[in-house]
Design a protein around this ligand. Structure first.
Ligand code: AMP
Length: 165
């Protein structure tokens, strides 16, 4: 009987090996991220992991190279307010509490890396459009996240590619 106890504890340990304990779901707040979030919540549920969510707001000056000769601060504030309420609504729907929501400014790939290491995340989950040709050469956020990540990255197919499979 004693042996059974030891054996079953050993098996429990083995089944936990390789399970994720902290997951970071990166969302662009488009319709596609629902599918990515479904995967993330399923994986978090299976591994009993803590699920975090991140949305990065790209500064307009970064997106347009600082070439626009006007003050964009009020537009930027509006974008921030919208993203804040959208992220709050989406996170509540999938059950992510406030302290695990990250709304930050900057370049999406580098900010996702920064929050992942600050929070000690062991897998980042992103959507991937599986682009081909020129778009692939130009790169995507999923590519940027994959390169230079200090932890695992899971790219979930979204868009037309996902619907055809
Ligand atoms: P994209 O390369 O822009 O098509 O985005 C692919 C995936 O990268 C999205 O499904 C998200 O998981 C992630 N992503 C893109 N933009 C952002 C963003 N601003 N904040 C957080 N994650 C993002």
């Amino acid at each position: 009987m004693q042996m059974c106890g030891v054996w079953s504890r050993h098996l429990d340990c083995e089944s936990d090996m390789g399970a994720y304990s902290r997951i970071l779901l990166a969302v662009d707040l488009t319709e596609d991220c629902r599918h990515v979030a479904e995967r993330a919540t399923a994986i978090a549920g299976q591994s009993d992991a803590e699920l975090h969510i991140i949305h990065v707001i790209e500064p307009l000056s970064l997106a347009y190279g600082g070439d626009i000769p006007m003050d964009l601060s009020s537009v930027q504030d509006q974008i921030h307010e919208q993203a804040k309420s959208h992220l709050a609504e989406f996170s509540s729907e999938i059950g992510i509490p406030e302290q695990r929501r990250h709304l930050v400014f900057g370049r999406p790939d580098s900010e996702i890396h920064r929050i992942a290491s600050e929070e000690g995340v062991d897998v980042i989950i992103v959507g991937s459009h599986g682009r081909h040709g020129l778009a692939l050469l130009l790169g995507s956020t999923a590519n940027g996240v994959l390169h230079g990540a200090a932890c695992d990255v899971l790219a979930v197919r979204v868009g037309d590619d996902a619907r055809h499979h």
